[in-house]
Design a protein around this ligand. Sequence first.
Ligand code: ZN
Length: 178
Amino acid sequence: MKDDAKLTGDAPVGTQSHKEEHGLEELYRDVIFEHYRRPHNKRAIDGAQIVTKGNNPVCGDRVTVYAKIDADGRIEDVGFDGKGCAICIASSSLMTEAVQGKTLDEAGKISDHFKAMMRNEVPFETPEGLPDMEALEGVRKFSVRVKCATLSWTTLKNGIVEYKAGHGESETEERCDL
Ligand code: ZN
């Protein structure tokens, strides 16, 4: 990386994409690695009504998402477990923070919105109270890594859809792929 920086002065046209492959700006990389090393809510939850697995074969990421739903239909506890790359684990960690305490409908919408942001379908916004999410914005440039970032969000959404179906709520949405 340091060598790359030295070269930028007279870098010939064409090295730009090479530089971008290396990547995520350092600050954001630090945030992602911090969540990777010390993920929040990385634990199975006893008695969770939602226990849903997801996997991203492209990268080898595998997660299980757990959510405990209270009597009012709110997510009273959420966690995840599994193995994955830094982006997958960091994004899973952030997902648990984003949906904690939300209703199932809200959490489903948050998940859909996150996916739309990562796919560049809507502008990227950092949610209030969750500044670390900004670190994932840069992942959008690496299309192959977007699925790493969306895996646990998609898995949660699938779990919500299945949970509602099992509770007789008519649900027009279907399970979604990555
Ligand atoms: Zn991955």
